[in-house]
Design a protein around this ligand. Structure first.
Ligand code: FES
Length: 74
C-alpha cells in the first residue's frame, strides 16, 4: 500500500525507499532529491521515521581498505 508522507510535494514512502537505496541518508537529502519538507514542513517528523526505517532495512555494506565487501552489522 502506498502511503503519502509529504502531501505538499506528493512524496510517497516508496519514493523515500527508492531515494535511500540511491544513497539518501538525511531529510536534507530527501528535500534535495524529492522536494519533501520544502513547503509547510509538517511531513518532516514522519519523514525522519520513514528514513530511519529505510536506512535500517537498506544499510549499505561497508568497504574496508582491502576492497572486500563486508555486510553492515546491526
Ligand atoms: S507536507 Fe511536506 S512540505 Fe508540506
Amino acid at each position: 500500500m502506498l502511503m503519502i508522507v509529504c502531501v505538499c510535494k506528493a512524496v510517497s514512502d516508496r519514493a523515500i525507499r527508492h531515494a535511500v537505496k540511491q544513497g539518501a541518508t538525511s531529510v536534507r537529502d530527501l528535500a534535495r532529491e524529492l522536494g519533501l519538507g520544502s513547503c509547510c514542513g509538517k511531513c518532516v517528523p514522519e519523514a525522519k521515521i520513514a528514513l530511519s526505517a529505510c536506512r535500517a532495512t537498506f544499510a549499505p555494506a561497508s568497504v574496508p581498505a582491502s576492497g572486500m565487501m563486508v555486510p553492515a552489522l546491526g
